[in-house]
Design a protein around this ligand. Structure first.
Ligand SMILES: [Zn+2]
Length: 498
């Protein structure tokens, strides 16, 4: 009986969030029945009165399938079933695109809101998991930094991990990567996410086909990804600036930025050109201007350096073409630039180290580009990167400072939830089970807060200290330190631009 009830409930919910219309009911029901190999349907008079969300119903359906032996109780297989169930409710890509562009005619905001809601209602973005993340803000001299402890990735059971390992040795190149267009509607397999319910919006950026989707992990509001139709390497170039600015012209309520195109300072995927954007204001956007300057030959471009732990040049203009030329000039100059006094070398043994993390926005009539100067050189002292979080912050943040971190949002690993609680209880003198790599930090905090800390303020105090560690990581990643020496170095580079 249970499965009939769940199917009815899911259809009921899908109609109420406008995923389907009443006319679709019988058709969708038949599609769902085939997933459970049912060839007849029994109406259930009393459907469960509890207000179960789509995600709750899906969880129960998947659980039922496992109990009945329809699928094995393995993480990836459960994801595939749940994505296939939702695919029965989501229109084909051409229809989704048509509706998106009809709404776009009224306003770009209406179009993205439609697509964001669809991506959540279809459970492609799994909000039930994302809501588990711990988010907080920390006040610093640079403004409020955002911290997120990422708890939305479910723990995989040992059997899933074993199967995944076996599957990755059997190399498959379809889809080539997690970002490829071929993921749209793809069933998934062990070791590759289920994407049957996934849809993408077609975009034309500078006479090329690009696609818009949301990040399934949404680290901030309407966190979107804009990706190339082709599986092609990340590359920061004049065309990058053109595409970013064309996008914010089309969607002025969104920012769009790119990760850098080389390891250590780039994002996790360098093999597929893509950008990240969304409807969110980061601390870097709010950061004040430190000083302004003029760039010879670019009279309609306003230039400044931003007060930020990393080294950011902000340029603004009403003309996209002027901004693109100015940004290209900064990029080309920076790529060749060395300044031994502050440890910046454009190349070692023919390997280039300099690049830029760019972020585009539209502010009223003006377009704005933030160009964050990056360098990925390593040394014996800093094998993971000289301009990368140093070893004293690795117990909190060891991963790359990518686009999202650059702008002031730290995405921290799930282990920290428990570990920070252990540090808190250590400071309060309750128990000592702090992990070895947090020892120095925990001892320092204990000494600092012994008198001040109590059970009501301890969480806040430790969070503030986590924020300080993140800020230290950003400072490490900055090519010009905010010291007198560092700022003099920054000014030397700026001088070469004119
Ligand atoms: Zn790809």
């Amino acid at each position: 009986m249970m499965i009939f009830q769940l199917i009815q409930q899911l259809i009921h919910q899908a109609i109420s969030v406008q995923l389907i219309e009443r006319d679709d009911q019988i058709y969708v029901r038949n599609q769902l029945m085939s997933l459970w190999q049912l060839n007849e349907f029994r109406e259930v008079d009393q459907i469960d009165k509890r207000e179960l969300s789509i995600q709750d119903i899906l969880d129960l359906m998947v659980q039922y399938a496992c109990e009945k032996g329809i699928i094995e109780d393995i993480f990836d297989l459960k994801e595939m079933l749940s994505s296939k169930i939702m695919n029965c409710f989501v229109a084909r890509p051409s229809t989704v695109n048509r509706i998106f562009y009809e709404k776009y005619q009224q306003s770009p905001d209406l179009a993205t809101r439609y697509f964001y809601e669809l991506s959540q209602n279809s459970n492609y973005i799994q909000m039930k998991r994302i809501r588990k993340n711990m988010d907080f803000q920390v006040t610093t001299e640079y403004g409020e930094l955002d911290i997120t402890i990422n708890l939305s990735k479910p723990e995989k059971d040992p059997k899933s991990i074993e199967l995944e390992r076996a599957a990755t040795t059997k190399k498959s190149d379809y889809p080539m990567c997690l970002l490829c267009a071929e993921n749209e509607g793809y069933d998934g397999r062990i070791g590759h996410p289920a994407r049957a319910n996934h849809r993408m919006i077609r975009l034309n950026l500078v006479e090329e086909n690009w696609l818009l989707q949301y990040s399934p992990y949404v680290y901030y509001n309407e966190h979107c990804i804009v990706l190339s139709e082709k599986h092609t390497d990340m590359k920061i170039s004049k065309r990058t600036f053109m595409r970013l600015l064309t996008f914010v012209k089309k969607f002025p309520h969104y920012f769009l930025g790119s990760n850098a195109d080389i390891p250590i300072v780039g994002g996790s995927i360098l093999s597929h050109d893509h950008y990240q954007g969304g409807h969110f204001e980061f601390a870097m956007e709010r950061a004040e201007v430190d000083w302004t300057f003029e760039m010879k030959g670019f009279t309609d471009v306003q230039c400044s350096v931003v007060k930020w732990p990393m080294s950011v040049i902000r340029i603004q203009s009403e003309q996209i073409s002027s901004l693109v030329e100015a940004a290209t000039h900064v990029l080309e100059t920076w790529k060749k630039y060395s300044d031994e006094a502050v440890g910046i070398f454009a190349k070692t043994n023919q390997t280039p180290h300099n690049t830029i993390t760019p972020i585009a926005r539209k502010k009223g009539e003006r377009f704005e580009l933030d160009l964050v100067l990056r360098n990925n050189r390593t040394s014996e002292e800093h094998p993971l990167g000289i301009f990368h979080p140093h070893s004293d912050v690795h117990h909190i943040k060891k991963e790359n400072i990518g686009l999202i971190e650059v702008m002031g949002l730290a995405v921290l690993p799930a282990r920290l939830k428990q570990e920070l609680a252990q540090v808190e209880s250590f400071i309060l003198g309750e128990e000592n089970n702090v992990g070895e790599y947090h020892n120095d930090w925990a001892n320092m905090l204990k000494e600092k807060y012994q008198r001040k800390a109590n059970s009501t303020n301890i969480e806040e105090l430790v969070r503030m200290e986590v924020g300080k560690k993140f800020l230290k990581g950003l400072e490490d990643a900055g090519v010009y330190k905010r010291s007198e020496e560092g700022m003099a170095g920054f000014k030397r580079f700026i001088a070469t631009l004119s």
